[in-house]
Design a protein around this ligand. Structure first.
Ligand SMILES: [Zn+2]
Length: 414
C-alpha cells in the first residue's frame, strides 16, 4: 500500500532510530551511511522519499542517538527485537550488511540453453546470500533478444527445475518478455526528460561518432521530436533504422560508455509474445529497471560485467535511483575445451553429446544424471568463494565431495 509522505517519513524515522541504536550499541557510535543502507534494504517505500530527504531524517536521528549515554543506548535498544542473521558456513560477510539486513538477489539466465556449472555458481551464491541475510531470491529470464539468443520454450522450465534441484529457494519468477510495457514507460519518460534520444544515424556513422566522441544531430532533438520518432519505431522505421540511446558523456574515456544503446527494433517473432512487440530493450537498460522494480540490493555477476556499472550509473542517476551493491566474481568454467554454453550447443549439434542432460555434459542436468548430489555442487561452489579469478572446474574435487556426501547419506557410491 502506498504511504503518504508524512507517514513514510515517520516510518523511516522509526526504522532509522532502531538501526542507529543497534549500530551504536554494537560499535559505540551510529553511522548514517550504515543506517541508510539498512533502510534502503528493508523499506521499499524509502526510495520514493528521495535520497536527500531520507539523509536529512537519518542525520537527525543518528545525531540524537549519538548524544545518548552508553546506558541510555542499551536501554533504548533493548526495546527492539533484532533478528539474528542465519549462521551459514563458508561465505564471507558483506561489509554493508549485518544482522537485520535483507539481501535481495536475482539470478538472470538467458533461456537459450540449459544451466552450466558456471551458471550454477552465480545462482547458488545469490541463493546463499539471500539465506544468510534473509531476503528474497528471484529468477528473471532475460529473453529480449529473439534474434541472436532465441529463447527455447523448454529451457524456461528446465532452468527452474535445475535451480530447485540445487536447493535454491525461489521467491518469484519473472520473464523480461512479459515486461515490455514497463520498459516502454521508462523509455518514454527518459525521452521526454531529454535523458535519452532516438538516433537514426547509420550503424557506421554512429560507430565513428562514438569512437571520435562526436555528438550527432539526433542528440539535440526536442522532446516532441524524440517522442514522435519513438512512435515511428513502433511501426514505420525498419530494423536498424532507429535506436534509443542513453545520453551519457560523448567524451567518456571508454568509447563503449558513450551514449550506449538502450532499445532497438528486432523484426523477428518471439516464441512467447509472437509479433506483439518489435522494440526490444538491451541488457543495461532492462537490468536497471528490473533490479529497481524488484527491490534487488545485491547483484552477483561475472566480473566481465564490471564496466556495466559505469554505464548503468547514468541511468540510475537519470531516474534518481540508488545503485545496488555488487559482487563481481570470477567465472567457473567447465573445462578448457568446453567453457561456454555455445560450445555445449555445438557438441550436441555435432553428436558428441546426446543432449543438455548427457552425463558427460558440464551442465547441471548432466551432473544430475551422473549421480552428483546437489549438495556436492553447493559445497564445491561455496568453498571456491567469491574471488575475482576465473577458474576451471576441478572435477576430482567435486567427485571427492560427492563421494563423502553420498557415504554420509548412505547412498551407494558409484
Ligand atoms: Zn544520430
Amino acid at each position: 500500500m502506498a504511504l503518504n509522505m508524512s507517514e513514510a517519513e515517520d516510518k523511516i524515522a522509526e526504522a532509522a532510530k532502531k538501526f542507529a541504536l543497534k549500530n551504536a550499541r554494537d560499535y559505540g557510535t551510529a553511522q548514517a551511511s550504515i543506517v541508510i543502507n539498512k533502510i534502503f534494504a528493508e523499506i521499499p517505500d524509502a526510495k520514493k522519499l528521495g535520497f536527500k530527504a531520507l539523509k536529512a531524517i537519518v542525520d537527525r536521528v543518528v545525531g540524537e542517538v549519538n548524544s545518548l549515554s552508553k546506558e541510555e543506548i542499551e536501554a533504548e535498544a533493548g526495546k527492539y527485537v533484532f533478528p539474528e542473521k542465519e549462521q551459514r558456513e563458508g561465505l564471507p560477510d558483506l561489509p554493508w550488511a549485518d544482522a537485520g539486513t535483507s539481501a535481495n538477489t536475482r539470478f538472470a539466465p538467458n533461456p537459450s540453453g540449459y544451466l552450466t556449472i558456471g551458471h550454477s555458481k552465480i545462482a547458488i551464491l545469490c541463493d546463499e546470500y539471500s539465506k544468510k541475510y534473509p531476503g528474497k531470491f528471484f529468477v528473471r529470464f532475460e529473453d529480449t533478444d529473439p534474434k541472436t539468443k532465441e529463447p527455447k520454450i523448454e529451457a524456461y522450465k528446465a532452468i527452474v527445475d535445475d535451480l530447485e534441484w540445487l536447493g535454491c529457494k525461489i521467491a518469484g519468477i519473472f520473464k523480461q518478455s512479459d515486461r515490455l510495457e514497463i520498459y516502454y514507460k521508462y523509455a518514454k519518460q527518459l525521452l521526454e526528460s531529454g535523458k535519452a534520444y532516438v538516433c537514426t544515424c547509420t550503424r557506421e556513422e554512429m560507430q565513428r561518432n562514438r569512437k571520435e566522441g562526436i555528438s550527432c544531430a539526433c542528440r539535440s532533438a526536442s522532446a516532441e521530436e524524440n517522442l514522435s520518432r519513438w512512435e515511428k519505431m513502433q511501426s514505420v522505421f525498419k530494423e536498424g533504422e532507429a535506436v534509443v540511446r542513453m545520453k551519457t558523456d560523448m567524451q567518456h574515456p571508454n568509447p563503449s560508455v558513450r551514449d550506449w544503446l538502450m532499445l532497438r527494433i528486432i523484426d523477428k517473432s518471439h516464441p512467447l509474445t509472437g509479433n506483439k512487440y518489435r522494440i526490444w530493450p538491451l541488457y543495461n537498460f532492462s537490468v536497471v529497471i528490473d533490479d529497481h522494480d524488484m527491490g534487488i540490493n545485491l547483484v552477483i555477476r561475472g566480473k566481465e560485467h564490471e564496466m556495466n556499472s559505469t554505464k548503468q550509473k547514468y541511468l540510475y542517476d537519470a531516474l534518481g535511483w540508488e545503485q545496488p551493491h555488487t559482487l563481481d566474481i570470477g567465472i567457473l568454467k567447465p573445462s578448457k575445451d568446453i567453457s561456454h554454453k555455445s560450445d555445449i550447443k555445438k557438441a550436441i549439434q555435432e553428436g558428441r553429446l546426446t543432449g543438455w542432460d548427457d552425463p558427460r555434459a558440464p551442465t547441471v542436468a548432466g551432473f544430475r544424471k551422473r549421480g552428483i548430489l546437489p549438495g556436492a555442487i553447493r559445497e564445491y561452489v561455496i568453498s571456491s568463494g567469491i574471488g575475482k579469478n576465473d577458474s576451471y572446474l576441478d572435477i576430482k574435487k567435486l567427485e571427492a565431495i560427492n563421494r563423502k556426501l553420498r557415504a554420509d547419506a548412505g547412498v551407494d557410491a558409484k
